[in-house]
Design a protein around this ligand. Structure first.
Ligand code: MRU
Length: 366
């Protein structure tokens, strides 16, 4: 069984998208919040088979770079419970399931990072003891998956501490998409300093861009921050530059799906536009991410694979047609923000002011 790890807000509510969030979970099951139904309904999904876990990641029932890494690792551990043969057969089954999970979403590097960590650990265990049985290997795999989750929790907390100095009581903060508790194992990345500030009793004004086409900002960020007691205002994506000009914003902070060695950040579509608007208005733009989001092997950010998603995400909204069915659609899930537009990268290992510092902080990526 996957050990339950619980996280509660100050008001005592269980919030994060993590296994066991809804109570006791039977052996070999990954329990997640179905984020596609929020904020209307809080529904948990129990997933057992690698295909179902892959499907949940693909259709964004669980989403956000760190969360899909954790869910894939824990899901892999759950799905492997039914495998009976040990040794090389076990490794073959593991690699086959991991490949299926890794193929679901190409941009967020945390997914590949977590799955490769799991396969490497089992490869090494079998290298040391080729006759290991499935039970022993399952225990090792489960421990590694839980380690990934626990490390993510620690990283969120550390990002919160490193990001806190950029805030002050009364700060007006704009964020995009959902880089919060729902997107990680704990506090979130971009939201971690906001939760920390809130815990200290600082009153913030948080602005959440709605984040078309799937509205992660409006549906998820506004939901989770509101539940935790933060003051949150939702705006249409197109309203962000006017907000900066007319109401004033002290800083913009977003998460990341992958950061290349040159500091380029891939994040939810619309991030680049926010960074350009922030530069125009002299507003600092920060990116918060754990080291597992840094991809030191990718020198040039332009090489980050950008996931293209289905046309219906753009032509339909909430079940209604919002564009003609036959209109052409361009629907990249992410865009690239160059390093020159980023004031600092706030990581679990400290804050980097330029790509060189970032590489020094984060380059021992496993
Ligand atoms: C801490 S999550 C950072 C990013 O993963 C987040 O900002 C984002 O772009 C998520 O995109 P999504 O398509 O919802 O998975």
């Amino acid at each position: 069984m996957l050990d339950p790890v619980r996280w509660k807000t100050r008001s005592g509510e269980i919030l994060a998208a993590r296994p066991a969030a809804g109570g006791e979970v039977p052996p070999g099951v990954l329990r997640i919040i179905d984020q596609t139904l929020l904020p209307g309904r809080l529904v948990y999904l129990d997933l057992e088979r690698a295909e179902d876990i892959a499907d949940a990641i693909r259709r964004l029932a669980v989403r956000g770079a760190p969360a899909i890494g954790c869910a894939a690792a824990l899901g892999l551990a759950a799905a492997m419970q039914t495998v009976r043969s040990g040794g090389a057969d076990y490794l073959r089954s593991l690699r086959e399931r991991a490949a299926r999970l890794e193929a679901t979403r190409p941009t967020a590097v945390n997914l590949a990072w977590a799955l490769r960590r799991c396969t490497a650990v089992i490869g090494a265990a079998i290298g040391d003891a080729p006759d290991s049985n499935a039970e022993e290997l399952n225990a090792r795999l489960r421990a590694e998956a839980l380690d990934i989750l626990e490390e993510d929790i620690r990283m969120c907390r550390a990002i919160g501490e490193h990001g806190l100095p950029f805030l002050h009581a009364g700060a007006r903060v704009l964020t995009h998409c959902n880089a919060g508790a729902l997107a990680t194992g704990d506090y979130g990345t971009a939201t971690a300093p906001l939760y920390r500030a809130h815990e200290k009793g600082w009153k913030l004004s948080v602005y959440a861009g709605e984040t078309r086409p799937l509205l992660q900002g409006a549906r998820l960020t506004a939901w989770e921050l509101g539940r935790a007691g933060l003051d949150v205002t939702v705006l249409c994506d197109g309203a962000a530059p006017a907000l900066m000009r007319e109401q004033g914003v002290d800083l913009v902070i977003t998460g990341a799906d992958r950061i290349a060695a040159d500091g380029t950040v891939a994040n939810k579509i619309g991030t680049y536009g926010l960074a350009l608007a922030a530069q125009h208005h002299g507003i600092p733009f920060y990116v918060a991410a754990p080291y597992s989001t840094f991809d030191p092997d990718l020198e040039d950010g332009e090489a980050i694979p950008i996931e293209q998603r289905g046309a219906e995400e753009v032509t339909r909204c909430g079940g209604f047609a919002v564009a003609p069915e036959n209109a052409g659609v361009w629907n990249p899930a992410f865009d690239l923000t160059p390093a020159g537009l980023i004031r600092a990268w706030i990581t679990d290992r400290g804050t980097a002011r330029n790509p060189k510092e970032l590489k020094t902080l984060c380059s021992d990526h496993e």
